[in-house]
Design a protein. Structure first.
Length: 550
């Protein structure tokens, strides 16, 4: 490497690492945008036993290329009471194994795969819409992962014979604690343990990293990956945080212990494969698989212990009073005034989202305190809706041009839609849940499962609508409006399923028939209200017909 410049090498390796990080993110984004709803249903239905939960987490991590993404998804279910904390921890242990399997798959070297994946990915992405378009994104991401790994191999090839490299890497081979910390830090910086592990294995395959150092850095990446999920869920409810903390303790603590074991008995690595790359990557899979097998029987004990160590906090008696975004001083500046109204609508949407998340568990266990909170929130929404209408009316008195006037009307329409969504939750769903409890009724198992799945689908669309309100992205607005039609078809299918159970004479379905059907209609109403957010954006971008009439 005498005629190679260090700066040139650093640029090459940094560029290759950046492409690897971006490619992994590209695959994850494609899966999240195209298949988020099926993944949510899949995870929700994994609560039957711990082995199924772990297998579900493993599959989800393979698809998402990230155990962190699975942790964030599962944390939402645990926070809503849809999953027990112990089941959530079992899913995370399985997701860690799935993340290790992903690295095994991505290390396969087949040069013909790159052009095939790129060709298929670009064609599908350019010529398709919806979920099929995301398949193209995923294929392009996979191809770029393989390209980035080839770039790393090419950049690090000349390093093998460089004396400075040999000195540094020999030191890391002796000081595994430093290697462990570096691995954890790198995984945290790039926010992807998969990308970090692929980089370390590639360096080991090029004989740049000694195998013990590579394994220590891979184990450190496990700690870094678990810590990412911990930071991302810091603001989540305690139930979901306990699950993530337990995974951090198990994965991070286990990785540290195994690093100490490798430092004392490096010959153990010889049993994991015949080549440095195989030994390195197999150590990642062996560690996560062994951790899952050992910890799964004790997830209940671990979560019970953490419940004692992390008890629920008593709510404060004097919370901070929310401040309205409707600034009277902005009335003389119409553009800023409309921005203030948009911020207020976003706040309304977030409050309604919390109402929707809180109301579903009441169908299983009635809680008067939660019901009162939802009712109080509805009163707040009503006041916010009135305030927004009056504020927009005052803005109109100053005289608005055509574009600002149209935007003012759009905001008023969205405010009315959000108010109707709040009504559907507080006036319909809340009363239905109360009636279910008062009459001591229960849905059939299939009926309750259908309502839970449908609620998850609507909640996912509500989150998308809030994102569209912030970013005004036409592509996401199209996805939101398309989801409205999907929800309508799903609701019709579920109504037919319910009628079928009535024909069979299922007692539970007969007793709860009206409650079941009205709940589905209310959820569809909430979905329709939030989908209205996308129409003004699509109309402005020319993606929406002015009339459906032929």
């Amino acid at each position: 490497m005498e005629d190679a410049y260090p700066i040139q090498f650093l640029i090459q390796i940094a560029g290759a690492a950046a492409l690897l990080i971006w490619a992994v993110r590209l695959v994850r984004t494609g899966v999240e945008r195209g298949f988020a709803a099926p993944l949510r249903f899949w995870l929700r239905h994994s609560a039957k036993n711990r082995l199924l939960a772990a297998a579900t987490g493993m599959g989800a991590a393979v698809f998402l290329q990230s155990s962190t993404a699975v942790a964030v998804l599962v944390s939402n279910f645990v926070a809503k009471g849809g999953l027990a904390t112990a089941v959530g921890l079992a899913i995370l242990l399985g997701a860690d194994v799935g993340s290790a399997i992903v690295t095994q798959l991505l290390m396969v070297r087949q040069p013909i795969l790159i052009p095939l994946l790129l060709l298929a990915g670009v064609v599908i992405f350019q010529r398709s819409n919806g979920s099929t378009r995301q398949v193209g994104r995923i294929l392009i991401g996979l191809a770029l992962i393989f390209v980035s790994l080839d770039m790393i191999r090419a950049a690090t090839g000349p390093l093998v014979d460089y004396p400075g490299t040999q000195t540094v890497m020999a030191y890391l081979g002796r000081d595994l604690l430093t290697a462990f910390v570096l691995g954890a830090g790198f995984a945290w910086v790039v926010h992807s343990s998969v990308a970090a592990v692929l980089l370390f294995v590639t360096l080991a395959a090029q004989a740049v990293l000694p195998v013990p150092a590579a394994v220590a850095m891979i184990l450190g990446a496990n700690l870094g990956g678990a810590f990412i999920a911990y930071v991302l869920t810091l603001s989540a409810p305690l139930a979901s945080r306990r699950m993530v903390v337990a995974n951090l303790v198990l994965r991070g603590g286990g990785a540290a212990l195994v690093t100490l074991l490798v430092s004392e008995m490096p010959d153990l690595l010889d049993r994991l494969g015949s080549t440095p790359a195989r030994q390195s990557i197999n150590s990642h899979l062996a560690f996560n698989l062994a951790l899952a097998v050992i910890a799964l029987p004790f997830v209940g004990v671990l979560t019970s212990l953490l419940t004692r160590l992390m008890p629920d906090k008593i709510a404060e008696d004097n919370p901070l009073v929310a401040v309205s975004a409707l600034d009277p001083n902005a009335l003389e500046r119409p553009q800023r005034g409309l921005d203030c109204a948009a911020r207020e609508l976003l706040g309304m949407g977030q409050k309604i989202e919390h109402m929707l998340i809180s109301v579903e568990p009441l169908y299983d266990n009635w809680n008067p305190a939660t019901a009162k909170t939802i009712g109080d929130q509805d009163i707040t929404i009503k006041k916010m809706h009135l305030d927004v209408k009056l504020y927009l009316a005052k803005l109109g008195q100053t005289g608005l041009d055509e574009d600002l006037g149209r935007r003012s009307m759009d905001l008023a329409s969205i405010s009315s839609s959000l108010d109707s969504a709040s009504d559907a939750i507080a006036r319909i769903m809340l009363e239905l849940a109360k009636r279910l409890d008062a009459q001591k009724l229960q849905f059939s198992s299939q009926g309750r499962e259908e309502i839970g799945d449908f609620a998850d689908r609507v909640q996912s669309n509500v989150q998308l609508a809030l994102n569209v309100m912030m970013n005004q992205n036409p592509a996401e607005a199209r996805e939101l409006v398309t989801a409205k039609e999907k929800v309508r078809k799903v609701e019709q299918k579920l109504q037919r399923n319910h009628i079928g159970r009535l024909r069979e004479g299922l007692a539970e379905s007969i007793e709860t028939s009206n409650i079941h059907q009205e709940t589905l209609r209310a959820l569809k109403q909430v979905n329709t209200a939030f989908s209205m957010v996308g129409y003004p954006i699509l109309l402005k971008s020319g993606d929406l017909l002015k009339s459906r009439l032929t």
